[in-house]
Each structure stands twice: as C-alpha cells, then as structure tokens.
Design a protein around this ligand. Structure first.
Ligand SMILES: Nc1ncnc2c1ncn2[C@@H]1O[C@H](COP(=O)(O)OP(=O)(O)O)[C@@H](O)[C@H]1O
Ligand SMILES: [Mg+2]
Length: 313
C-alpha cells in the first residue's frame, strides 16, 4: 500500500496548529515552533496519540534538516555508529539544528544503543537535537530521561471530551473530502469507543469505507470482531497459510494489540482446559514483542504455538 493511500499518512497534521492535543501540551509545542528553541525531548504515551506527528511537524515548521530512525526496525548499535553519526556530525545546509527523531525508542537496545546515545547527545549538542518517542518510558534508561525534556501525551479524563470533540470535527472534514457519508451519531460512538487512539479511528473508518462509500452502524459491531472470528477458524483448522496471511493484513496496528484482542475473545472459542495454556503463550509473546526485531514473525510464531497446543471449542 502506498503511503498516500493510507488516511493516517494523507491526513497527518503538518503543523502544530493542526494537531489535536490537550491545551497545555499544544501551547508548549507551539512555543517551540514560534521561538525555534528546540530542546532534546522524550515523547511518551500509548499508540496513536500524535507523538511521531508532533516530532515531524516541529521539524517541518522550523524547516530543520531531520532524519527519522525507527527503533523497532533499526534499533541496533550500528545505526548509531554509522547513519546517525554521519548525519549529526555534518552541518545543516539550511542552517539551524539538525534533528534526529528516534521513533519507537523503547525498542532501542537498552544495554548498547541507549547508553551510547547518551554520549552522542552531548557530543553533538552544538549542532543536533534528538527527539525520542516511546510507548513505555520505563524502557528508556534514566540517563536519557535526564538529558531530555519529558512530555507526557497520555490524556486525562478531564481533557478527553474536548479532544474527542475536536477530533470529531477533523474526521468530519476528512470524510467530506473522501466523499464518504457518515451519520454523526455513529461517528461519535466510534470515536468514544477508540479515543484517544486517533490512528485507530482513522484506520477503522478507512477500512470500513473501502467499497461502500458510507459508514453505517456496522462499523460499531466491529469489523475487528468478524476479523478475529476468521482468525479463530484458521487456528482451529490449523491452516497455517491463511493464518499467516491474516497476520500480514492485520499487523498495521500495534502488534501487541493482537495478543490482547485474542485474550479478550478467547472465552467462548477455546476449550476451558486450554485457557490457562493460551494465557501463558500470549503473555510470553506479548513480553517478547518488546524486544524482537520482526513483529510479524513474532506474532506468527505465537499463533503457530497456539495451533499446536490449544484445543478449540
Ligand atoms: N494528536 C493528533 N492530532 C491529529 N491527528 C492525529 C493525532 N494523533 C494521531 N493522529 C493521526 O494518527 C496518525 C498516527 O499518529 P502518530 O503521530 O503516528 O501516533 P503515535 O506516534 O503517537 O503512535 C497521524 O498520522 C494522524 O493522522
Ligand atoms: Mg509513533
């Protein structure tokens, strides 16, 4: 799929003004965009809140020379020694700072990459700023916390209603542009169901609207449920090929969400005596998910183990 085909990319806010964030956080970033004073920063919070978006928007608005390194794909020390070092040690042609966005920094190796990064941040402080994003800040070593301003993206209940309403407006505009009909009530219910995972909401809408051009209440019965029903059928029949295909088509969201979704739906699908076994398998692969280089392979390995060891109803 080309990136422009995906709404989450096509409609990724390019400026801080376009992002939907709690007031205090938005003002903080707007100030950085206005003054150009960009500190080293660590963005933390669950998936789909706009961490990567803000990092890119700041670089974009300040017209800074930047690279994005994805920790889950390039989290090894060689990336730091070659690619990042090369980038950080040359002066920007645009003038101004260079910026290294270390996306999903929780996947950067905590015993090699992260300790070495700390030296890098100091060594290149004249020329280069670092923005780290992560879902779990406890996976980032303390010396990095103390070298960065830490920005919490997780929202409080208090902010939620306002954010959801702002996002509703944004999505309404997107649906108009895409010429997709949608009942306001259904849209509001969908947003309440998945907020504040803004990415998830856009993905669900796009997925549902392919081929239909309108959003109806079916989206709330959830494509996901039907989707997982299919998966259980493949697992039960030990259809490895279909299972693997399913994983490829469903890994666009956070891989760890797949383990959780199976856990939530297992009660009536799995033979009671197999449930403890399944819980242990899921927990094991959920844990590994934080460290593996290839998330697809890890999910397929998990489901292979499920096929081999679990009895279905
Ligand atoms: N705060 C936000 N305001 C507007 N859109 C958002 C926001 N957060 C996420 N989105 C939408 O979801 C997509 C994914 O967001 P992203 O910044 O990658 O999330 P994160 O890095 O926190 O997981 C964005 O491209 C955008 O379309
Ligand atoms: Mg991100």
């Amino acid at each position: 799929m080309s990136n422009d085909f995906l709404w989450v990319e096509k409609y990724r806010p390019r400026t801080i003004a376009d992002t939907i964030l709690p007031d205090g956080l938005k003002q903080t970033f707007q100030k950085i965009a206005d003054t150009g004073e960009l500190p080293n920063m660590l963005f933390t919070g669950t998936a789909g809140l706009g961490k990567t978006t803000v990092a890119r928007a700041l670089c974009n608005e300040l017209d800074l020379d930047y690279i994005v390194i994805n920790g889950s794909e390039e989290g090894n020390i060689d990336t730091l020694r070659t690619k990042i070092k090369q980038f950080a040690s040359t002066v920007s042609l645009q003038g101004g700072y260079k910026v290294v966005i270390l996306d999903e920094a929780d996947y950067l190796n905590p015993t090699s990459f992260q300790p070495a990064l700390r030296g890098f941040i100091e060594e290149f402080s004249n020329n280069c700023r670092f923005i780290l994003t992560c879902n779990f800040k406890n996976r980032i070593i303390t010396p990095l916390h103390s070298r960065c301003g830490v920005y919490e993206f997780n929202t409080t209940k208090k902010d939620m209603a306002q954010l959801a309403s702002n996002f509703m407006q944004r999505v309404t505009t997107i649906l108009e542009q895409e010429k997709i009909e949608c009942d306001k009530k259904i849209l509001a219910d969908l947003i309440m169901k998945f907020a504040p995972d803004w990415r998830r909401i856009l993905n669900e809408l796009q997925r549902y609207s392919i081929g239909s051009n309108s959003i109806d209440s079916g989206i709330l019965n959830n494509l996901a449920d039907k989707n997982y029903d299919d998966l259980f059928v493949y697992l039960k029949s030990k259809d490895f090929k279909k299972m693997r295909n399913w994983v490829v088509n469903n890994i666009d969201t956070d891989a760890s969400a797949i383990f959780r979704a199976i856990y939530d739906r297992m009660a009536d699908k799995i033979a009671p005596q197999s449930i403890p076994q399944l819980v242990l398998i899921l927990a094991d692969y959920q844990y590994k998910n934080a460290f593996v280089a290839d998330h697809e392979l890890n999910v397929v390995a998990c489901l292979t183990e499920v096929m081999a060891n679990v009895q279905f109803n």
